[in-house]
Design a protein around this ligand. Sequence first.
Ligand SMILES: *Cc1c(COP(=O)(O)O)cnc(C)c1O
Length: 399
Amino acid sequence: MTLSYGRQYLAIPGPSVVPDRVLNAMHKAAPNIYEGALVDMVPGMIEDLKNVARTRANAAIYIGNGHAAWEAALANVVAPGDKILALTNGVFGHGWAEIARNLGADVEVFEFGKQAPVDLARLAQVLSADKGSKIKAVTAVHVDTSTGIRNDIAALRRVMDEVGHPALLMVDCIASLGCDVFEMDAWGVDVMVAASQKGLMTPPGLGLVFFSHKAGKVRDRMARVGSYWDWRPRARPEHFYQYFGGTAPTHHLMGLRAALDMIAEEGGIQAVWARHEVLARAIWAACDAWGNGGSLAFNVADAAHRNNAVTALRLKSPLATELRRWCEAKAGVTLGIGLGMAAPDDPAWHGYFRIGHMGHVNAHMVLGMLGVIEAGMKALGIAYGAGALEAAAAVIAEA
Ligand SMILES: *Cc1c(COP(=O)(O)O)cnc(C)c1O
């Protein structure tokens, strides 16, 4: 017998749940890409995307996933031999560094482990020691989806300003955009990358790159940038897709239009952030209770360094794989695998899992998901502390 029939909840940290409204918006006949509704729609979307990213600067849309956005961002400002300082505390920081290395950059990886955010004092030391300002760009991940660590991007900028370092600040917001507070202009971010399939609730297939005036100037001084990655024509996609860039990602644009409408109707990006914040706290309240005398623990102990899109967890008993499979097969909730904490062939792999709570998620989904995890732990004999669902409900009631 299974209790999984009914609506499924894909509670992995990306791709996230796609709203019916987004799916329906994509269920359309192929549009004319040269004139008409699709072409007329794109300029307004660029403005709405910039509102979500909290920037007045530039936005470029690529047909690609987050990896494509990583490469696009670097390809415009990093030439072979340029020095990059890659701040890492999870798989995705390393992934971006690897892309930079393969573009020929001289990448220095600055590792902060899997449990803590970037250490600002150590960053200040490294930047001050870079006497001739050899470092051209600092790459950082706002929320590393593998570890669940959130880095303080505003503070990174303050450190760079305090030591007077001119490097570009490049930030991966692929997990956090549309989930966690992010202020591109106010925080002084030069380049930000995102993708459609997490907080933006649209299927994977669009990579987004936002870039400041300063980053635009750096691109203008590049000796060469490959045609496909060049962000200059893409920052005007209403023109780009008709004449220079190949076929527009027609249906993804339709889906993203619907997702941006949903964000606006919710009350704008601040309202969306507020919803994610409460739901994250409800999940953490439950996890705190389960962990009290039980098997469960947070990867990031200090809630101040967690984020509102994904929670990375550990079980002292290596039953996380069984728990994920139980939740999916018996109850229709798919939890995320642990990523980067142990190799898949290491028995320790089975001690980790993650909960995705990004995008199209509400209180009943979160409470249902938490109830399913508790049922799964009971069924599998995993020890857990009492009062988790009550604690989560209290967070939601108070909000
Ligand atoms: C998902 C994710 C990526 C990779 O995105 P893809 O679309 O899978 O290429 C990169 N960085 C972060 C922080 C992510 O969450």
